[in-house]
Write a protein that binds this ligand. Structure first.
Ligand code: F0G
Length: 486
């Protein structure tokens, strides 16, 4: 699993992921003193979403809309054709989607969750179930708003933190068969597969798994829907980890993956390093069921809520997703960070996946009960001691049940995203160093409690506070060890 094409070997024997791009435009960063970082975190209600980037050193919140764009993408924006209807920019994007995803009908949307809204409204009826490898936050909300129920049918060991299983994002085929026999095919709205399964550590599924899922869908005359937001990285893992594809081209892997799906939707904030989204299919019937909703919610069919400049860049970005040096950059830096942290005994999800390095907060902070939100606490502690902004992917990102009790997340993670071609190796080394320091000082970190808790998607806007004075103690220890150094 280490055969990564941008990993080079030094004369000393050390292996590092080398940047196969050069920097041609930069943004200045600020690393503020720890007192200012702590004050910023308090002001943000111990929620990294509420920080201002002026206080952030390395923004590892997400790769969504933050991947670096290429020179070709930026230059394509200048030829954008501003038109409400019939824009040439749209036709260029449509052509790219037809070529890269192999689907004829294209519905543009302003971002991934907008596509989820359309798909959920068009294809989910009250009381129906939607089996999938794992949910994504916005996906689940849209499905439930339309009366559907999400069934997660991953393999029993998919949530195991330390593992050498190459495809923890697979759907468990026996569980899928059970869903059809328990509910009957009429009650299954569709089967959803999410590429590089986000919430369980960016873990891919295999092509064989897609084939097996497709076969069962066909036997049950049920539609298969693919969330392709992180499809490029999943394709790259298939090439790395599935023997049959070791010599295949990424573009052929992508085409085969999409061929099994009746409908593909995506956030192009991720897949093509732009800002937007969309839905594609080869079925005119499916297209017609979504078309008018799209015009109602997103905009006319040739822009779907996106700027034409982004549409141009999306066309270029989609083609670049087929370039191995582009698509392997983030996973190889993630693998570097994960391997270093794992070797230092820090609990991280293995094998390394897509999107980010995922730290197991329950393993990191075993003394913080899940009711005190260890992943949220870890995200805030890391920001205070380093200016690195990660994202809580644990119980704060979950919901409450009908009695108002927290539903504890299956995994309690701090995600440190590696947007494509954004961070250098020295910045990556800084991340590794500060996470290791925090691990050595983990007993100083305590839990969080709510101050303001919104009822819907509470992790975005909710405000919390530290239980006790642990941030002060953590800051004091940092100053003891690092002196005046930032
Ligand atoms: N599906 C997946 C698998 C995603 O990861 C996301 C977004 C969406 C759908 C929704 O797309 O943001 O364009 O509306 N993930 C982001 C993240 C927010 O940080 O992981 P969107």
């Amino acid at each position: 699993m280490t055969n990564q094409n941008n990993v080079i070997k030094f004369y000393s024997g050390e292996q590092i992921p080398v940047e196969l791009h050069k920097v041609r435009m930069v943004q200045k960063l600020f690393l503020k003193p720890i007192e200012e970082r702590k004050a910023a975190m308090e002001e943000a209600g111990f929620n990294t979403f509420l920080l201002s980037t002026k206080d952030v050193f390395l923004d590892m919140l997400t790769d969504s809309g933050t991947n670096a764009m290429s020179d070709n993408q930026i230059s394509s924006m200048l030829q954008a054709d501003d038109a409400y209807a019939g824009s040439q920019s749209f036709y260029r994007m449509e052509k790219a989607l037809r070529e890269v995803f192999g689907k004829h009908y294209v519905l543009p949307a302003h971002q991934g969750r907008a596509a989820e809204n359309i798909v959920s409204q068009a294809f989910i009826k009250k009381g129906e179930v939607i089996p999938m490898n794992y949910h994504f936050t916005t996906t689940k909300e849209h499905m439930e708003l339309n009366g559907g129920k999400v069934l997660e049918i991953y393999a029993d060991d998919a949530l195991q933190i330390k593992s050498d299983k190459p495809f923890k994002g697979n759907i468990d085929i026996d569980k899928l068969k059970d869903v059809f026999s328990t509910y009957g095919k009429e009650k299954v709205a569709f089967v959803r597969m999410e590429a590089s399964t986000n919430l369980i550590g960016g873990q891919p599924f295999s092509m064989q798994n897609m084939r097996d899922v497709k076969k069962i869908c066909e036997e049950n005359e049920t539609m298969m829907v693919l969330d392709a937001s992180l499809i490029g990285e999943n394709a790259w893992f298939i090439k790395q980890r599935e023997e049959e594809f070791k010599n295949a081209e990424i573009k052929d892997i992508l085409l085969e993956m999409c061929s099994y799906a009746d409908l593909v939707y995506f956030s192009s904030r991720k897949v093509s390093s732009t800002r937007g989204g969309g839905i594609v299919t080869n079925s005119k019937d499916l297209y017609m069921k979504m078309r008018d909703l799209l015009v109602l919610y997103e905009g006319f069919l040739t822009y779907g809520g996106m700027s034409v400049r982004e549409i141009e860049a999306m066309a270029v970005g989609l083609n670049e997703t087929c370039d191995e040096t582009v698509i392997s950059q983030s996973p190889s830096f993630i693998a570097y960070a994960v391997n270093e942290l794992d070797a230092a005994g820090v609990p991280v999800i293995t094998p390394p996946g897509a999107l980010g390095c995922h730290i197991d907060a329950m393993g990191f902070l075993p003394h913080v009960p899940q009711t005190d939100y260890p992943a949220g606490a870890l995200a805030t502690a890391l920001f205070i001691i380093s200016g690195i902004r990660g994202m809580e992917r644990g119980t704060i990102s979950s919901v409450r049940d009908e009695n108002g009790d927290d539903i504890p997340a299956d995994v309690e993670l701090l995600r440190l995203a590696f947007p494509r071609r954004v961070f250098t190796l020295s910045q990556t080394k800084f991340v590794i160093d500060r996470v290791k320091w925090l691990y050595e000082n983990r007993e100083l970190v305590g839990g969080l409690e709510w101050v303001e808790e919104p009822p819907l998607l509470r992790f975005f806007m909710g405000r919390l506070k530290a239980k006790g004075d642990w941030p002060e103690k953590l800051m004091a220890k940092f100053k003891e060890d690092f002196g005046e150094s930032l």
